[in-house]
Design a protein around this ligand. Structure first.
Ligand code: TNX
Length: 523
């Protein structure tokens, strides 16, 4: 009897030792944070060679602000979808206990979007000067977690990550993408998905190209035919579509929650056939044009000499400004081939006044530099460096979107089915290997606001097409905007990009499997 008892005791002690051993070594599994494939590459990563495991029962604790709480909820939703842990968000004033995630705001001098991410064996803390920095930090943390974190259903297995500290902030303050919803229309859900994909790579602007020859895509209450008639078709003659102002606000809010600014573009005086077809009075001959479903450019113009044209522009800008919290309105201004230069210049000058009268900053494609730019107006370089230089000489800042590097509608090579190639074939390496600050002689870093990657949709019909042209070039362009050029190197980057294949898969992204990238798909 005694012997049995004694044996049981020994067995119990052994079990206890085993338990302690297991739990403590569970914490000490070494992992190297510096080996993680984070895109864009952060400013500094310091590994401490241990690990943290996210487990059921973990919480997201936030410091005391409603906005940080909301950001915590955004993150909890991502984590809960794939872990199934039911992680909740709670406010706390002191350091949280072990096993949790802590989001806080404090002044570290890391700027508008900078952040510090600290992973120890006991907890994860994300700290930033501003809420936008926390959103960026969350993207880094997502990329450190196992790729299955991006799955849309619950996954099993461990959620262990390497310990260490990441300090990070962007090189350029403006890192954008543009979506042409005119040549083909895309639903609110498609735009939201695009916003999520931009957020994942720390982009902070989505420029929506809302009017063109083939379609007018935003409801203007004082000019209703713009959408009822002008929005009723698209390239190829499909049914087109448009966003109501309520839907546009929904998009703006969704983007805002991810610290992405929506910039609406009304392209004028060219690229206006949809408007000219909707209102005869906008034409010099008072006759409405036919709707257009082809892909030619440069054949339409508003009637520059009529007063009604400026009433129209004022009404449109006024309604758009009222539903756009961001500071910018884009007025297009490109390829106005049938507008005489002596008409084009006063038109842009007047439209610039109108935009300013609604307290917005004007952005225009590089041709607008022919006009007299106001101090804060912005020129978007896409084709002609002489134009961009004209802008710089007037003191304007430049958004760099050189078509030969940044146009997502350019084909990868001659075998790509979607897209165009008038500017170049842009393989994944080419989209990555360029420096905005040295791309054009005479346009230097202090002239540049940032970069933007436009996706024109003449050949882009559905979300799958958007993804195929955008991935995998967009992560590289995001890195061009975020990471200083001295830290960028294609041979090192392509390895990191290759490891994002499993993330693309988990996110369900339809991407181009370029032969230049060593793809690693574990699943
Ligand atoms: C030029 S880029 C355009 C667009 C076309 C695009 C196609 C620019 C300002 N204008 O109207 O869709 O090429 O790549």
């Amino acid at each position: 009897m005694n012997l049995i008892k004694k044996r049981n005791n020994v067995f119990g002690v052994l079990l206890f030792i085993l338990f302690i051993g297991l739990t403590s070594c569970k914490k000490n599994i070494p992992m190297d944070l510096s080996k993680e494939s984070i895109i864009p590459k952060p400013v500094s990563v310091t590994a401490s060679n241990s690990s943290f495991e996210l487990e059921k029962g973990a919480k997201i604790y936030v410091s005391d602000s409603a906005e940080v709480f909301r950001i915590g909820e955004y993150f909890a939703k991502i984590l809960n979808t794939s872990t199934g842990f039911g992680i909740s968000v709670e406010q706390i004033n002191e350091e949280p206990e072990e096993g949790n995630i802590y989001l806080s705001i404090s002044d570290k001098g890391l700027g508008e979007e900078g952040y510090e991410l600290n992973v120890t064996e006991d907890h994860i803390s994300l700290n930033a000067d501003k809420p936008a920095g926390l959103i960026r930090a969350i993207q880094t943390l997502r990329q450190i977690l196992p790729a299955k974190i991006e799955s849309s259903d619950v996954q099993s297995g461990s959620w262990r990550i390497a310990t260490g500290t990441i300090k990070d902030y962007p090189d350029y303050s403006y890192r954008g993408a543009m979506l042409d919803v005119c040549r083909h229309f895309f639903s609110v859900d498609d735009v939201k998905r695009y916003i999520d994909l931009l957020a994942y790579y720390k982009m902070n602007v989505l420029h929506l190209h809302l009017s063109d020859d083939q379609g007018w895509r935003i409801e203007i209450k004082s000019w209703p035919n713009l959408t009822t008639h002008g929005g009723s078709t698209q390239v190829g003659g499909g049914e087109g579509g448009f966003y109501t102002q309520e839907q546009y606000k929904e998009i703006v809010e969704y983007a805002q929650e991810r610290y992405i600014t929506i910039i609406p573009e009304i392209d004028m005086p060219g690229h206006t056939n949809a408007a000219l077809a909707s209102y005869p009075e906008l034409n010099c001959n008072d006759k409405a044009t036919e709707l257009y479903t082809g892909t030619e450019v440069g054949f339409s113009t508003l009637c520059i000499k009529k007063d009604i044209t400026y009433k129209f522009v004022d009404d449109v800008v006024s309604e758009l400004a009222a539903i756009t919290p961001g500071p910018y309105i884009h007025i297009g201004g490109d390829e106005s081939h049938v507008t005489a230069m002596e008409d084009y210049i006063p038109f842009i000058n007047k439209v610039q006044d109108i935009v300013q009268s609604y307290n917005k900053i004007m952005i225009g494609w590089d041709e607008v530099a022919h006009a007299k730019l106001k101090a804060n107006s912005i020129v978007q370089f896409w084709a002609k460096k002489e134009n961009a230089l004209k802008g710089v000489n007037q003191g304007a800042k430049v958004i760099m979107s050189p078509a030969v590097k940044a146009y997502l509608d350019m084909q990868y090579d001659s075998t790509t089915v979607l897209g165009l190639h008038w500017a170049a074939y842009i393989e994944v390496d080419s989209a990555y290997i360029w420096d905005p600050a040295t791309f054009t002689e005479g346009i230097t870093k202090e002239n540049i606001l940032g970069i933007e990657a436009p996706l024109w949709s003449e050949t882009i019909v559905k979300m799958d097409d958007i993804e195929y042209m955008t991935f995998p070039r967009l992560p590289g362009l995001a890195e061009v905007g975020w990471t200083v050029s001295s830290e960028r190197n294609w041979d090192e980057y392509k390895i990191r990009l290759g490891k994002h294949a499993e993330r693309f898969d988990a996110l369900g992204i339809n991407y181009y499997k370029s032969k230049l990238v060593p793809w690693v798909n574990k699943q």
